[in-house]
Design a protein around this ligand. Sequence first.
Ligand SMILES: [Fe+2]
Length: 335
Amino acid sequence: MLTKFKSRIKDRPSMAGSTGKGFPKFLAEPRESFPHGVLVTNPQQSSLAQLTAKCMEYVEENLTHHPAILFRNLPAQTAGDFSIIAREIPGKALTYEGGASFRQRIDENIGTYTANNDPDEISIDPHNEMSYSSVFFFCVKEPADGCGGETPLVKNSDLLSSLDPDIVRRFEEKQLRYVCYLPDKSNAEYMNWQHIFDTDNREVVETIAKEQGRNFTWDPSGDLYIWHNRPAFIHHPVTRKKTWFNQATTHHGSYYRLLPGGDKIQENKYPSHTFYGDGSDIEPAVIQHLLATGWSCAVGFKWRKGDLLVLDNLAVQHGRLGFEGDRKLLVYMTN
Ligand SMILES: [Fe+2]
C-alpha cells in the first residue's frame, strides 16, 4: 500500500544537523509494518463517521502492537471531513496553547489545528509532542512527487537502543532543563511576556508560573525566563517500557538558527532552549548525536490526500521534511 522511496537528507538545506557527523544519507523507507498501513475497503458503503468509529476500534486493539497506523482510502478530503473524524475519536481533545511551534486553529469547537506553520523549507527533526498520548494527522493536500514534505517516524525504543549509552546516562543523571524566553514589551513588540500572560503585573506572572510548577528569572532589562526541569524518560503507561521522551533537540535554540533572521538571535534569547538539568550547556556534539541518531532511526512515507495517521505519541516520534509547493496536514491531539 505504501510506495517505496528514499529521500536524500544528508547536507539538506534548512535541516538541523544534516551537514554534521553521523547524519544518514537517506530517509529510510517504511519497514516491517511501520507505519502499519490499513486500506479502507468499500468506503462508500458507510458514512465517514461510521467508518471512523470502526477505525478507532481497530486503533484501540492494535496501537500497542502497531504504534503508527496509517488509514488510507477513507471518504475524507477536507478540513470539514477531519472535524467529522475528530468527533469520533475517543479521549479528550487537548489544546495546543503553550506549545513550541506555531499552529493555526482550524475548527474552534473540535480542536483541530494546522500541523505546523514554520516556513515550508525548514525540516523538523523527529520529536514527541509535549504531553499528548495520541496524535492524529490528516492530509488535506499531499506534496507533489520529489517536493519533500514526508513525515519521518521514529520508534522511541529504536532511538533509545541506538543512542550512545554514555550520553543516555548523562541525561538520566542530570535530566533536562527547558527554558522559555519572553522579552519585556519595551524590548519586543510581539511575543512579549505582557502579551503572553495578558498582564503587566509581574506578580501575576510569577503566580501562574508557580502554579504550573515552573521557575522564573527576570533579567535586568525586564525580560523573563521561565524554566523547569524534566526527566529525559517516561515509562510507557501500557507497555511499562522505559522510553526516551523529551524535546532536547526540538526546543534547542539551534533550531531557531534555521528560521529567517535566526542567525541574528543572541544565544540567551532563543524563544526556547534546552540545557542539562544543572543549567550547563548540552554540548553541540551531543545535540548532533541526538539529531543524527533520530534521523538514522526514521522511516518516511509518501502522503496521499485523505490519509489519516494515528500515532501513539508516547512510543513514536514524528517530524517533517521541508517541502516546496503545496502540502497541508492537520493535526488533532488527545490525552
Ligand atoms: Fe510535532
